[in-house]
Ligand binder design. Sequence first.
Ligand SMILES: *Cc1c(COP(=O)(O)O)cnc(C)c1O
Length: 370
Amino acid sequence: MGASLAKIDDAVWSKFEIKPAANPTPEKERAAKLADPGFGRVFTDHMAIVRYNQAMGWHAACVESRANFPLDPAAAVLHYAQEIFEGLKAYKRDDGGVNLFRPDANARRFRNSAERMAMAPLPEALFIEAVEQLVRIDSAWIPGGEGSLYLRPFMIASEIFLGVKPSADYIFAVIASPVGSYFKGGPAPVSIWVSENYTRAAIGGTGAVKCGGNYAASLRAQAEAIDHGCDQVVFLDAVERRYIEELGGMNVFFVFDDGSLLTPPLGTILPGITRDSIIALAKESGTPVREELYTIDQWRTDAASGKLKEAFACGTAAVISPIGKVRSANGEFLISGGAAGPVAMGLRKKLVDIQYGRAADPHNWIKKVL
Ligand SMILES: *Cc1c(COP(=O)(O)O)cnc(C)c1O
């Protein structure tokens, strides 16, 4: 793999061939879709796509009309699930320009995911270029106000072979989906179900990488949460089955009566970019943040004694969701009376203001695309 990667040079991949859609969505239809996009069902007119094979390395980078992939039924991804993805957003600023938030961090995580899944690592500059090209050509699809354009880079193993081995061929693509404000009228607290039957990740497994397989494995537990009247599932560690790890697709934070924050340490959890950003924002405003193990029993005890003031989940899609209620086979308990707490809401505003360019950006997290 190393040898073929050496073939990648600027002349091969830094130039995306831009093929604008011959029949883009008419403006009226687009406006109607943008008025109430929901999440993940409305898509823009284009996609970015880059191919990989061992002989040529990454090649054939282009931005073209969004369309089906021709995929052989023996394509490796359909059998052995070599698939990874990312999620980031483009935000419209008040001056009409467009911001990306920490795309370099997504590019780095994507490369780490590829390495763990024995896939061809995509050069970080190529990831960022693909995202930016797509945002530029589909910028008319970025909702105003508190909406954003959700970007979904992903990579699949496309070699036609049923033998079990790392694929020799890959397709990397980026698609985009306009999304409204995740919560109309401010974030509503979520209820979560503690999964005691299922775990998400074990040491040495793939919990720390963003692969589709992790999600497939979490869906049964999520369905159990819904069956128990909860919005989301929270997973415990796979060894002692008592340390809080994370939700199916969001990291988790706890807020204590001394003002400090706690979040589970990296290892088997997904290293969220929202998580990392919250840690930075909290620390620079003088809030101590511990990255430490925390058990479900301690959570219940601290909620009862009043030591725990708030808990919240975080991720790119919803930014910060306050956790109002925790339910398990042993009963349930409320957090901050089931309402959104001030620490979660304060951090949320700080982060969102940076993302939309309404606040200073001392960490250089913003990349202006337009
Ligand atoms: C993507 C993801 C997160 C959140 O990561 P962000 O970079 O903050 O969006 C958390 N947990 C899991 C399992 C994820 O897949």
